[in-house]
Design a protein around this ligand. Structure first.
Ligand code: SF4
Length: 401
């Protein structure tokens, strides 16, 4: 457990210096944060990574209590599985993670004591992060921690929090446990917690930089980023996957994979007909990807997007069902990217022929105009004009001995 006294006095900059985190690694992390949050996060609204690093370094480490409910721990995993710099290690320096059932060494009564101590010492100041959905059916009997239903534990810990963050689709709106037939009555945080600022960071899993950007802005400025109607930070959820998908050119050109493993799939064409929900899904996966590995995201490895950040899509619409396109079709005024071979119409051929003839004629006239060789009657490049001088006087003549 962190030393609470030191935490209250130390800034993030002092803390990471004391623990030997290099400035280079820290600036590299801030550069990645800027890439993950290029707009809409006031912390990254600076020109250079060094400026962001300076701002973050001034902040005090935020006390964080992390609760797990009905989840697979994938959101924690994604936070810990990044590298260069090792984000898993770095996050433990950026925030003060006072309670996290998966990561903490304590168990049983010692863990309970850690939770109570942090709640008491940081009342009104800590951020509560919730991973997993909360079962509400039958008075919440389907999940108990320390003898209490999960719903009671959430209400109690949230009551003294400064803000609550639902990380992952399960905590944001129920996620996988809430899929039909929803045996436990699973809901997200905002169905239970009232009267507190709530931020949803959905995704299965979400991008860890979205969580860190939100938490660090709160630590530095005491403000939360602007949210959309689903309480998602706009800086990370303002565009659809389809807007920046590397396969978008194939979508616009009408080149689609029709079956897994067919020629189109092997060629990396658009996955829309395999059920891709990218056109309806607001998330940054197509530009930010995961775990610092290029193409480490579903569409990057040939799997259609399942719409995991959308309350009405993932675990509601069948995974491979093709969705209607609402507004992602290119305008009719766009020229076709590819025209089928052998289908040139007669009027089009006449127009093309006329234009080509005019260009050739103009070229011939231009060549006549610019030729400086006396008596030249030929188009330049067709044949060298006859040189009227004797062979030993013209260009290329051997020097006389
Ligand atoms: S439909 Fe899916 S695979 Fe195709 S361009 Fe859009 S997001 Fe990419």
């Amino acid at each position: 457990m962190p030393d609470v006294t030191q935490r209250d006095e130390e800034t993030i900059g002092q803390h990471i210096a004391r623990h030997g985190v290099s400035r280079r690694d820290f600036v590299l992390f801030c550069a990645k944060l800027m890439v993950a949050a290029p707009f809409g996060l006031s912390l990254t609204g600076h020109a250079r990574a060094a400026d962001v690093a300076r701002e973050v370094a001034k902040a005090r480490r935020l006390p964080v209590i992390w609760l797990h409910f009905q989840d697979c721990t994938g959101c924690t995993e994604t936070l810990l599985r990044t590298s260069e710099p090792d984000l898993g290690e770095l996050i433990l320096h950026l925030i003060s993670l006072d309670y996290h059932e998966t990561l903490m060494a304590a168990a049983g009564k010692a863990a309970e004591t850690a939770l109570r101590t942090s709640m008491k010492e940081n009342a009104g100041k800590y951020v509560l992060v919730v991973e997993g959905s909360i079962p509400r059916k039958d008075k919440g009997v389907y999940m108990k921690i320390a003898g209490k239903p999960a719903v009671s534990m959430l209400e109690e810990v949230a009551a003294q929090a400064a803000a609550v963050i639902g990380i992952g689709s399960c905590a944001a709106w129920g996620g996988i446990p809430s899929a039909d037939p929803d045996p436990t009555g699973a809901v997200g945080v905002d169905a239970i917690v009232k009267g507190k600022p709530i931020v949803n960071i959905p995704g299965c899993p979400p991008n860890p930089y979205t969580l860190l950007g939100t938490v660090l802005q709160y630590a530095r400025a005491g403000t939360l980023p602007e949210l959309d109607a689903e309480k998602r930070p706009k800086f990370a959820y303002d565009r659809t996957i389809h807007d920046h998908c590397p396969r978008r050119a194939h979508f616009d050109a009408g080149k689609f994979a029709r079956q897994f493993g067919d020629e189109g799939h092997r060629q990396g064409w658009c996955l829309y007909h395999l059920g891709c929900k990218g056109p309806d899904t607001h998330a940054g996966c197509s530009t930010r990807q995961f775990n610092e590995v290029v193409d480490a995201w579903p569409i990057g490895i040939g799997a259609p997007c399942i719409g995991c950040t959308e309350k009405k899509v993932a675990f509601r619409v069948p995974m491979f069902q093709v969705i209607p396109i609402h507004d992602a079709t290119p305008p009719a005024t766009y020229a076709p990217i590819e025209s089928p071979q052998g289908s040139l119409s007669v009027p089009a051929a006449l127009v093309v022929g006329g234009v080509a003839g005019a260009l050739l004629g103009a070229g011939y006239v231009a060549s006549r105009k610019f030729s400086t060789v006396q008596g030249d009657e030929k188009v330049p490049g067709s044949e060298a004009p006859a040189d009227p001088r004797p062979p030993d006087e013209g260009p290329g003549a051997r020097p006389k001995e």
